[in-house]
Design a binder for this molecule. Structure first.
Ligand SMILES: [Zn+2]
Ligand SMILES: [Zn+2]
Length: 459
């Protein structure tokens, strides 16, 4: 009778790779063989290199400190990347600053007592690869993706690398040490990725080669988890197809929402409505492609009605292409709604939204979709969603939980980089704070208080 592999774990798999690498070390030491070169494999690299990284441990404010860490040997499918840029993702605010009220996505269960290099992704140049690595070579410029793509799990095989099986294998029992603190404490990469350090020590499945001469800020921004999710939701076609001329609403204009606004523009949407309580974010939305912006604090209960009116189209006549269904649901609604609001981890120093839990914006996002429209939710919220059952049952709205916006890293990230090269995707209004290694915590506070759109650490 078929059964699941007992004790299967990411850790086990990675360790197996490490053992295989150790066995081949003698061969590797002799240099690169003909066979290994043909498969793009490089010899194992053994280093004891010391580098600086922001390491979290324990709880509460002050849990993240800049540490010297000593790298462990590079084996199996490991890839070592010299960091050029890392986005300071809002979802890591809780873990980095030690804020307890963070929703899921803050600290990862069971990892609080572990020494963890923070961050989840970035860009850089490959410095070393384990002997089994084929996807990249030393010297390649790469994106260390927030979403892995193994290529051979159930989801990857069905075109859903956005939910690759390895994505969830980031709990305490899944991680393996990549370095040590001075006192010998083992150090792990957050989610097998890290990012907030001079080196990112990750695995082949998280690495995407990107051929680009773009600046560290530009490339770091477009390859960040938030840009990938926003562009993915609107242009990857995985979760929903956005036809040119469509109407799109984006709820929440942080870096993810502003990337969705840009993706909608690039995809040829004719009406793009940006919704955010923060005036500065609405202004940026207009600059990068929104045709209308709405303040949920001003609109209040009328917000959904306003979106439906703005998307009514040129005619409401039946038999003439009209889409206004009238009656209880007058107006039309957006063909695609991207929800990117999420919960507020701390009270913003700029305008606060109507619901700090993020639940209300998510409910409204669903209700502002057209009959036949699609909603992609990406925000991290606290609580339980309630929707009008009649609408949910027969309203004709489809929904996707949009981890990475449906982006397939190996397929889509190089495409997003081409959008940058072609001048279609504008990173400047998003990367509003750029800091070096030492100022990461200050910049993270600005991200937490939402006084900047986002921030990048650039080395
Ligand atoms: Zn992120
Ligand atoms: Zn996979």
């Amino acid at each position: 009778m078929p059964s699941r592999t007992p004790g299967f774990s990411r850790r086990g798999l990675l360790k197996k790779g490490a053992a295989a690498a150790a066995a081949g070390a003698g061969l590797a030491a002799a240099g690169r063989t003909e066979a290994s070169a043909a498969q793009g494999q490089a010899p194992a690299v053994v280093t004891g290199r010391t580098f600086r990284a922001w390491v979290s441990r324990g709880s509460g404010p002050g849990r993240t400190t800049l540490q010297d860490v000593k790298m462990r040997p590079v084996t199996g499918r490991m890839v070592v990347v010299r960091t050029e840029a890392t986005n300071l993702c809002y979802s890591n605010v809780g873990a980095v600053l030690g804020i307890q009220a963070a929703p899921p996505g803050g600290t990862l269960a069971g990892t609080d007592s572990m020494a963890l290099i923070q961050g989840h992704g970035g860009i850089g140049v490959v410095e070393a690869v384990g002997p089994e690595v084929r996807r990249v070579q030393v010297g390649d410029r790469v994106c260390v993706s927030g979403t892995p793509q193994c290529g051979s799990c159930y989801h990857c095989l069905r075109g859903r690398a956005d939910i690759c099986q390895l994505l969830g294998r980031n709990l305490a029992s899944d991680l393996i040490p990549v370095a040590d603190l001075r006192d010998g404490t083992p150090v792990y990469s957050n989610s097998h990725i890290g990012g907030l350090g001079e080196l990112m020590i990750s695995w082949e499945e998280w690495i995407v080669p990107v051929v680009s001469k773009a600046s560290n800020v530009d490339l770091g921004m477009v390859c960040s988890c938030v840009s990938v999710a926003g562009l993915g939701a609107t242009t990857s076609g995985t979760l929903a197809t956005l036809a040119p001329g469509s109407a799109v609403a984006v709820v929440g204009c942080g870096p993810l929402g502003l990337s969705a606004v840009q993706g909608a523009r690039i995809a040829g949407a004719s009406t793009i409505i940006g919704i955010d309580p923060i005036r500065a974010r609405r202004d940026v939305a207009m600059k990068v492609g929104a045709t209308h912006v709405l303040d949920p604090n001003v609109e209040g209960d009328r917000l959904i009605e306003r979106v439906r009116a703005l998307t009514a189209g040129p005619t409401n006549r039946p038999w003439s292409g009209g889409r206004d269904s009238g009656g209880r649901r007058s107006g039309a609604g957006a063909d695609l709604v991207v929800e990117a609001a999420g919960a507020e981890f701390v009270r913003p120093k700029l305008e606060q939204g109507p619901d700090p839990s993020g639940i209300l914006p998510m409910q409204q996002a669903y209700q502002m979709a057209s009959a036949g429209g699609h909603v992609i939710t990406t925000g991290l919220v606290r609580g339980t969603i309630a929707l009008p059952a009649f609408l949910f049952a027969i309203g004709g709205v489809t929904h996707s939980g949009g981890q990475a916006g449906g982006a397939n890293p190996m397929r889509d990230i190089p495409r997003f980089v081409e959008m940058l090269h072609a001048g279609r995707y504008d990173t400047k209004p998003l990367a509003t704070r750029v800091v070096g290694l030492r100022d990461v915590l200050d910049a993270y506070e600005e991200v937490a208080y939402r006084v900047t759109i986002t921030a990048l650490m650039v080395l």
